[in-house]
Design a protein around this ligand. Structure first.
Ligand code: AMP
Length: 576
C-alpha cells in the first residue's frame, strides 16, 4: 500500500465526527492492506511508531521539519516558518508548499507505507552528532516522493501531532468489521488488547487468522490495569461479593506494574509508561526475587524510616521525576504494597481465582523488606468490613478495596471483582479524576494571573468523547495558578479539540492531556454540562474544588461518565 492512499483515508477520518463512521473508514483502510502492513498501519493511526508503552517518538522537531520542507519545496526556511506561524500547523504548511512545487524530483518514487514506517523507525534510533542532517535528509526523501496531502500527514506524524482522533475502542471495532462487517469479535479483541496493550500485535494476529482466545500475558508487555467499581456501603459490598471476600487497605500512592525476566526489570505506571529508572529501590528488590519471570502489581508509598510512617500521596508523587533520583530515593524510600500477581515463572496466572494468586504473591514476598503484601482480612461480615474501613481511614488511608476471591484478574475493566469504599467528600462517595479541556482568564483579584479557572470533563468510554462536567474556580494556591498558567499556555488550541463535547466555551481550549482530582459537594443535574446528557440535562459537580494534579493519569484514566452516573445513584440512595 502507498502511504498516499493511507493519507486519503486519514483525511476522511479527520473530517468524520461519528465514532462508528470512523471505525468503518479504518476498517476499509485495513481491508486494503496486506498482512505485514496491518501492524505498522495501526501504530501510525494511533500516532506512534510502536505500542504507546514503548514511549518511542520519531525524534524530529519543528526546526528539522521546516528544513526538510524548505529543501523539498525550494524555499528558504524563513518562508516556511512564516507560513507555519500563519497556519499553526506545520502539516498544512507542508501541504501548501508541496502543492506549489513546480515539478516533483525525478529521482523520487511514491512512498510505500512499509518504507515510510521503516524510515521513521530508523530516524527514531538516530542520535549524536551528525544525526540531525541525516534525519533531515531522510524526511526530505519521503517528502520528495509525497503528494501534498501525504506530506501533511507525514509532517504531522513525525512531529507527534497526527491526532486523527481514533481511539483504541474504534480500532478494535474496525478490526472486527474487517471480518464480519460488525462488532462481533469486539470482546475477544478487547481481551487480547487488555493483556498486552499492543493493538498492532493484536491486529497482526487477528488478520493472520490466529486464535486470539489463547492470547496470554508476557513479560514486558504491560497488562491494562484492573479497575474497581463502587458501592455505597459494607452490607451491599458483602452481598454483591456473595459472602466471604478479601478486604484490603486502599493505599493512595503510585500504582506500579512490575515485569521481570532473566534479571531484567521494568516498571510501568498506571498509564503504562515505563518509569523503571525512577525507582531504583523497587527495581533492585524485584531483581533480587527468586522468580525467573514475573508480572505483579502494587501501590508504592514513600516511607518515613525515622518516624516509621508513610508519607502522603503529595509527598510520594514527588518520586515521579526525571532528575535527582538518587537523593529522592534516599530521602523518600518507597515500599510497594503488592496486591496482585499475573504471571510467574513462565505461567500466565490471570485466569486463576484471586485466592490462589494471593497465596502465590504472599509466598513470593515472604520477609521482603520492600515488597510487602497489601494488608488484608478475609470476612463475610459487613460489620468487620466496616470496622476495617474505619481503621484504614483512621490510619490516614483512602479507604478499602474489597475483592472477589473467586475472580480472575480482570484486565482493563472496571468490574465488581474489585469494589472500593472511600471516605466521603460531601455527599459524594469519591473524588473525581477530570481532564482539563480549557481554562479561563483571571478576573477581579486574580487579574494579575492569566489564569482564572479550569473547564474539566470526564470520559465517555463508549463514544470515546470527553464530556464537560465542571468549571472549577477554587482550590488553587497562587503557586498552582502560576503553574497552570504556564503549563496550559503550552498546549492552547485554536478551536475545540476533536472529541470534546461542551456547551461552555472557555477563554482557551487546551489539548486534553492533564488530569486533576476534584472534590465536590455533590453531583447535580444541570443544563450547562454535557456529561451523560439526556435531552438538555447533563451531570455536573456542585462546588467543585481542585485537590491535586494527577501526573500518574492521562485522559484515558479519567473518571468515566458511567462512573459519574453510578456515583449519582449512590448519592441518591444515601440521601433517601
Ligand atoms: P480506581 O483507580 O479508583 O479504580 O481504584 C483502584 C486504585 O486503587 C488502583 O488503581 C490502585 O492504584 C489503588 N489501590 C490501592 N490499594 C489497592 C489494593 N489493595 N488493591 C488494588 N488497588 C489498590
Amino acid at each position: 500500500m502507498l502511504f498516499s492512499e493511507a493519507a486519503e483515508y486519514f483525511a476522511k477520518i479527520e473530517a468524520e465526527a461519528s465514532r462508528l463512521a470512523m471505525s468503518a473508514i479504518v476498517a476499509e483502510l485495513l481491508g486494503k492492506c496486506n498482512q505485514e502492513e496491518a501492524k505498522p498501519l495501526i501504530y501510525i493511526i494511533e500516532g506512534n511508531i510502536a505500542p504507546a508503552y514503548e514511549g518511542l517518538d520519531v525524534g524530529i522537531g519543528e526546526k528539522l521539519a521546516i528544513r526538510a520542507i524548505s529543501q523539498v519545496s525550494g524555499r528558504v526556511d524563513a518562508q516556511v516558518a512564516a507560513d507555519y506561524k500563519r497556519s499553526g500547523d506545520l502539516g498544512s504548511t507542508a501541504e501548501f508548499f508541496l502543492s506549489k512545487r513546480q515539478q516533483t524530483s525525478l529521482s523520487s518514487s511514491p512512498n510505500e507505507l512499509l518504507r515510510v514506517y521503516a524510515t521513521f523507525l530508523k530516524i527514531s534510533r538516530m542520535s549524536g552528532s551528525g544525526s540531525q542532517d541525516s534525519k533531515i535528509s531522510l524526511l526530505s526523501e519521503l517528502l520528495n516522493g509525497a503528494t501534498p496531502l501525504e506530506a501533511k500527514y507525514l509532517v504531522r506524524f513525525c512531529l507527534g501531532k497526527l491526532r486523527l482522533g481514533v481511539g483504541d475502542p474504534s480500532i478494535i471495532d474496525a478490526l472486527s468489521m474487517t471480518k464480519h462487517g460488525d462488532k462481533k469479535d469486539k470482546l475477544i479483541l478487547e481481551r487480547a488488547f487488555n493483556l498486552c496493550s499492543d493493538l498492532g500485535t493484536v491486529a497482526e494476529h487477528y488478520i493472520a487468522g490466529k486464535d486470539l482466545s489463547h492470547f496470554s500475558t508476557q513479560p514486558f508487555k504491560p497488562i491494562r490495569p484492573a479497575l474497581a467499581e463502587r458501592l455505597p456501603d459494607a452490607a451491599q459490598i458483602v452481598e454483591k461479593l456473595g459472602g466471604k471476600c478479601a478486604v484490603e487497605a486502599k493505599y493512595d500512592g503510585l500504582r506500579m506494574q512490575i515485569h521481570l525476566e532473566g534479571g531484567k526489570v521494568e516498571i510501568y505506571s498506571r498509564k503504562l509508561e515505563k518509569m523503571t529508572h525512577m525507582f531504583p529501590e523497587i527495581t533492585e528488590a524485584a531483581a533480587a526475587l527468586k522468580a525467573k519471570s514475573a508480572i505483579f502489581e502494587g501501590e508504592a508509598l514513600a516511607y518515613n524510616v525515622k518516624e516509621k510512617k508513610y508519607y502522603s500521596f503529595q509527598e510520594t508523587i514527588q518520586r515521579k521525576r526525571k532528575y535527582g533520583i538518587e537523593k529522592m530515593s534516599a530521602d523518600f524510600p518507597l515500599r510497594l504494597f503488592v496486591f496482585d500477581i499475573m504471571f510467574l515463572d513462565g505461567k500466565d496466572l490471570t485466569l486463576l481465582p484471586y485466592s490462589s494468586r494471593r497465596k502465590t504473591l504472599e509466598k513470593m514476598t515472604v520477609n521482603n523488606p520492600v515488597l510487602l503484601p497489601s494488608v488484608q482480612i478475609i470476612t463475610d461480615s459487613p460489620n468487620k468490613l466496616e470496622e476495617f474501613f474505619q481503621q484504614s481511614i483512621a490510619a490516614g488511608l483512602e479507604g478499602i478495596i474489597a475483592k472477589d476471591l473467586t475472580q480472575p484478574y480482570v484486565a482493563g475493566a472496571r468490574k465488581f471483582a474489585w469494589i472500593k469504599l472511600k471516605k466521603s467528600y460531601g455527599a459524594m462517595a469519591d473524588t473525581i479524576d477530570a481532564v482539563i479541556i480549557g481554562y479561563y482568564l483571571g478576573k477581579g483579584a486574580r487579574q494579575e494571573f492569566e489564569f482564572g479557572g479550569l473547564l474539566t470533563a470526564v470520559l465517555n468510554d463508549e463514544t470515546n468523547e470527553l464530556e464537560s462536567i465542571a468549571k472549577i474556580g477554587s482550590g488553587f494556591s497562587e503557586d498552582e495558578m502560576r503553574t497552570f498558567e504556564s503549563m496550559l499556555d503550552k498546549i492552547k488550541m485554536k478551536k475545540k479539540p476533536k472529541g470534546v463535547v461542551s456547551k461552555l466555551t472557555p477563554d482557551f481550549w487546551v489539548k486534553p492531556k492533564y488530569v486533576i482530582t476534584v472534590a465536590a459537594d455533590e453531583i447535580t443535574l444541570s443544563p450547562m454540562h454535557t456529561c451523560g446528557l439526556v435531552g438538555e440535562t447533563g451531570y455536573a459537580l456542585r462546588f467543585p474544588r481542585m485537590m491535586s494534579l494527577r501526573d500518574d493519569k492521562g485522559p484515558n484514566e479519567a473518571t468515566t461518565t458511567k462512573e459519574i452516573i453510578s456515583l449519582f445513584e449512590i448519592q441518591r440512595k444515601r440521601s433517601a
